[in-house]
Design a protein around this ligand. Structure first.
Ligand code: UDX
Length: 450
């Protein structure tokens, strides 16, 4: 089938690449000229493992191209997917790009004679597809449902594994305005083994927020318990999680093999979640509930715990170095919100760095991915030095906070910290090191949940 995708950001391009692997012809519509040029030359505008290779292969097979012309892309396709950004402004979802895309798609459809399905893949609150997208498309196309189809199908991609997540989805949720819309849209998944859930538009929209809020809730719950563990002075939270994870309802036994479900990664303590989804989606669903008159004390607490969790790592540092960090050199290892990405959005590294700076510390940051292709604006005005190596970041440092669990950091030894730092004070915000081997080697080691 011919599919056009409006927006060539993370979701749009990865969706396009994965649909091309099912044999569809994809047109990525993007209003940024540089991105169009990059995509057509097989270069992804963002970093994601495997994306360049998959993109080049799709282009070579003639199955994917990018264009600035929305009209051309829409008219020459059977299905249009909206994959533009839905940022948060003042804790509320900003639909500017969704509205603009809907208007332009509507205008293009006015000139199209055939049945065309429009599917929203951007994360939008319940009701947006029916109450915002639909009237705009109808106003500008002059058509009504039946003459065109309307669906909402959320994405469930995780950064770092997005290509695999998109090519082998665990489920496909299709919210449909009517049966015909859903049946037509589902054709693009012919050949996929994933189960398809057909539902209404509102349910599909809420499914996405629920999936992300559940995982965010597990993280904040784990961090709240870590605070209790810390306060006892007697408990290592990792041992608690070991005891909890082995409940066979959380890790079932199949024959003799213990299955370790991916969800257990979210029942672990650390310095909090970040990224493009959890912070934005939890805030958006909470303010949507407010509008409905529903009190979401749980989701609001999840957000609050996450807001305060990062700076607890600075308190751990102060427990060793004292309250006054003025003039002390502190290294921060890991700036991205998680490993294997260059994404800095909502990374817990920022509140940690701001707290260190406000206390007068001299901060050296390091990250293997965040500034490989040049220093992004979020980092250039931060008031920290960016090191080219872990050695440079740690050299003569009075302390280090390890924020992101990049593989490179997990392999650092106590000897390495001792040899490079003035004072080997290691704050492990992700609990990636073996506590006893670090303390036995003479490192002053502190971690979340200890
Ligand atoms: C997430 C969802 O997993 C994905 O399904 C959805 O489509 C988009 O949002 P992503 O943002 O890529 O994906 O990151 P994920 O790997 O889920 O991690 C999110 C954040 O949680 C990261 O900041 C990570 O460090 C943090 N996290 C994860 C914890 O703080 N503790 C944990 O135990 C696990």
């Amino acid at each position: 089938m011919k599919i056009s995708i409006v927006g060539s950001g993370y979701v749009g391009l990865i969706t396009g690449i994965s649909l091309s692997s099912l044999g569809h012809r994809i047109t990525c519509i993007e209003n940024n000229k540089d991105k169009v040029f990059a995509i057509n030359n097989g270069k992804s505008p963002f970093y994601e493992p495997g994306v360049d290779l998959a993109l080049k292969s799709a282009i070579k097979k003639g199955l994917l191209q990018a264009t600035e012309s929305l009209k051309e892309g829409v008219i020459n396709s059977d299905i249009t997917i909206i994959a533009v950004g839905t940022p948060t402004i003042d804790n509320k979802i900003d639909l500017t790009f969704v509205k603009k895309a809907s208007e332009e798609i509507g205008r293009a459809l006015r000139e199209s004679k055939k049945y065309h399905v429009v599917t929203v893949k951007s994360t939008v609150l319940p009701g947006v597809t029916e109450q915002v997208v639909k009237p705009i498309i109808e106003k500008f196309s002059g058509k009504s449902i039946g003459e065109y189809g309307l669906c909402m199908s959320p994405e469930f991609l995780s950064e770092g594994t997005a290509i695999k997540d998109a090519q082998e989805p665990d489920r496909i949720v299709i919210g449909q305005y009517d049966d015909k819309s859903g049946m037509e849209f589902a054709k693009i998944y012919n050949g996929s083994k994933a189960p398809i859930i057909f539902t209404n538009l509102w349910t599909a929209e809420l499914t996405k927020y629920t999936a992300n809020s559940l995982l965010a809730t597990l993280i904040s719950f784990s961090n709240e318990i870590a605070r209790i563990a810390e306060a006892t002075g007697k408990v290592d939270i990792l041992e608690v999680w070991k005891g909890v994870h082995l409940d066979k309802r959380l890790s079932p036994i199949n024959g003799r093999v213990r299955i370790k479900p991916g969800v257990l990664k979210f029942i672990l303590s650390g310095c909090g979640y970040g990224g493009s989804c959890f912070p934005k989606d939890t805030k958006a669903i909470a303010s949507y509930a407010d509008e409905l008159g529903i009190e979401t004390s749980l989701i609001k607490s999840v957000i609050e715990i996450n807001n305060t969790q990062p700076i607890r790592t600075v308190k751990l540092l102060e427990d060793v170095l004292g309250k006054n960090l003025a003039g002390k050199k502190i290294a921060v290892l890991g700036l991205t919100f998680k490993p294997d990405t260059d994404d800095l959005r909502e990374s817990p590294a920022f509140p940690i760095i701001n707290e260190l700076l406000s206390e007068g510390a001299i901060v050296f940051g390091h990250d293997p991915g965040a500034y490989k292709e040049g220093v992004p604006p979020q980092l250039s005005n931060l008031g920290i030095s960016l090191a080219n190596s872990t050695e440079e970041a740690l050299k003569n440092a009075d302390g280090v906070i390890v924020v992101t669990s990049w593989k490179e950091y997990t392999q650092l030894t106590p000897k390495f910290f001792k040899e490079n730092m003035k004072l080997p004070v290691v704050i492990d915000a992700r609990r990636i090191y073996n506590r006893s081997s670090f303390t036995n080697a003479g490192v002053i080691y502190k971690g979340i949940g200890l």
